[in-house]
Design a protein around this ligand. Structure first.
Ligand code: SF4
Ligand code: SF4
Ligand code: SF4
Length: 179
């Protein structure tokens, strides 16, 4: 069984938003909503400050509170790869998952169901990279199997320093940021 994850090199990200546009196009994201977004943050301590630019999305957490809180089972972990998904026709739009996600990764689609990044599983099934990964002009995003020690994502995580978002939340995110 694979365990999919994403590794993003913040040293290469220029904040161009190509990943955001690619996601909107690929996934017909409704106007005014986003499955991914760019965040800039000052990191470090004076005088060793740096500006980190990050492409953020659902972290497809290993311990996802959005799944455990869902009263209908609409939010679920889907195999292979353990992608966290929503079955639209089982979702009652109660927003429990929106409150449970510490990352603000979800929104209610105008059609009434909880929506978010799917790791582009429809592309991954065809052996392609997610849309955001495939368009990045600086090639700062990588997608693959975290359980395969030979995968690019695994090798980057053993050779570079990285962090995840809000590790203290205990969700065990599977999107990693190289620093
Ligand atoms: Fe759920 Fe939020 Fe984690 Fe995505 S980032 S799996 S929506 S808790
Ligand atoms: Fe589940 Fe939908 Fe409620 Fe989210 S909004 S907790 S997916 S029923
Ligand atoms: Fe959007 Fe797909 Fe990238 Fe997720 S993996 S942010 S759904 S393009």
């Amino acid at each position: 069984m694979a365990r999919y994850g994403m590794v993003i090199d913040t040293r290469k990200c220029v904040g161009c938003m190509d990943c955001v546009v690619a996601c909107e196009t690929e996934n017909s994201v409704p106007n005014g909503y986003a499955r991914d977004w760019i965040k800039t943050e000052l990191r470090g301590e004076f005088p060793n400050l740096s500006m980190e630019i990050r492409s953020e999305r659902c972290n497809h957490c290993d311990n996802p509170p959005c799944v455990s809180c869902c009263p209908t089972g609409a939010s679920h972990v889907s195999g292979p790869g353990g992608i966290v998904k929503v079955t639209a026709n089982r979702c009652i739009g109660c927003k429990a998952c929106l409150s449970a996600c510490p990352y603000g990764a979800r929104f209610v689609n105008p059609s009434g169901y909880a929506d978010k990044c799917t790791f582009c599983d429809h592309r991954v099934k065809e052996g392609k990279d997610p849309a955001c990964v495939s368009v990045c002009p600086t090639h700062c995003m990588f997608f693959g199997d975290l359980d395969d020690p030979k995968s690019t994502v695994s090798q980057l995580l053993t050779s570079r320093k990285w962090h995840t978002l809000l590790p203290e939340a205990g969700t065990r995110p599977r999107v990693f940021y190289l620093t």
